[in-house]
Ligand binder design. Structure first.
Ligand SMILES: [Zn+2]
Length: 57
């Protein structure tokens, strides 16, 4: 007998999109990320910084 198990994780976990210039801030969700002076994506509203450009601070 074959038992099929349906996984519905997709309903609870939103798709993870890579942060890029213009992406909505994942922290406050109100502003959009833009590059700051050191090529890190930063939210102008809450100050969230998405590193990953290559440098560790
Ligand atoms: Zn923000």
């Amino acid at each position: 007998m074959r038992v099929e198990i349906e996984l519905n994780f997709s309903e609870t976990l939103p798709p993870v999109e890579p942060l890029r210039c213009g992406s909505v801030c994942p922290k406050c969700g109100e502003a959009r990320l833009d590059y700051n002076g050191v090529l890190d994506l930063q939210c102008p509203k809450c100050g969230f910084v998405a590193g990953g450009g290559g440098g560790c601070t």
